[in-house]
Design a protein around this ligand. Structure first.
Ligand code: FES
Ligand code: FES
Length: 170
């Protein structure tokens, strides 16, 4: 058992766990961050997508040891000062979900795409979203009706500003 320091939702966490334990289990079972979903558990569906220092990873196949000292952003960590991220707003506005199980992964993946490419084409967006398995088949609504690139351009600070650090569980 070891202690690991990392941050999520703007908080710093210190957890004691097996370094080989998948990050997803730590998020959900030890930190109650249940917005990140378990889908396949094999790195195929992307339901478990979170950001590791801004880059998307599949937390079901990422050992806790990889997260030591890094910034982890989960779906819970996207809002700022009580306001949803524009990508979250855009998904809601477009009603781009049915059961919603895949939605956190799609949103976090979309935020990662925007960080890399602030002006993605429709093809770029479709490519990103198609990598996420949606059993309800919401790809069309997600990629065509969600105008999240435009929504984000209206609030560019959401793409670049650093989250304030809060201490919650340290
Ligand atoms: S649960 Fe991680 S990729 Fe499916
Ligand atoms: S909305 Fe149900 S799995 Fe995607």
């Amino acid at each position: 058992m070891k202690a690991w320091n990392w941050s999520s939702t703007g908080a710093r966490h210190r957890v004691q766990s097996d370094p080989e334990r998948p990050l997803l289990y730590v998020l959900r079972d030890e930190l109650d961050l249940t917005g990140t979903k378990y889908g396949c558990g094999e790195g195929q569906c992307r339901a478990c997508t979170v950001l590791l220092d801004g880059a998307p990873i599949r937390s079901c196949i990422t050992p806790l040891s990889k997260a030591q000292g890094k910034q982890i952003t989960t779906i819970e960590g996207l809002e700022r000062d009580g306001r949803l991220h524009p990508v979250q707003d855009a998904f809601i506005k477009a009603d781009a979900m049915q059961c919603g199980y895949c939605t956190p992964g799609m949103i976090v993946g979309s935020v990662a795409l925007l960080k890399k490419n602030p002006n993605p084409s429709e093809a770029d967006i479709a490519r990103e979203l198609e990598g996420h398995i949606c059993r309800c088949g919401t790809y069309h609504a997600s990629s065509r009706q969600c105008d999240w690139p435009r929504a984000c351009r209206r609030r560019p600070s959401m793409l670049t500003s650093k989250r304030r650090s809060r201490s919650r569980r340290d």
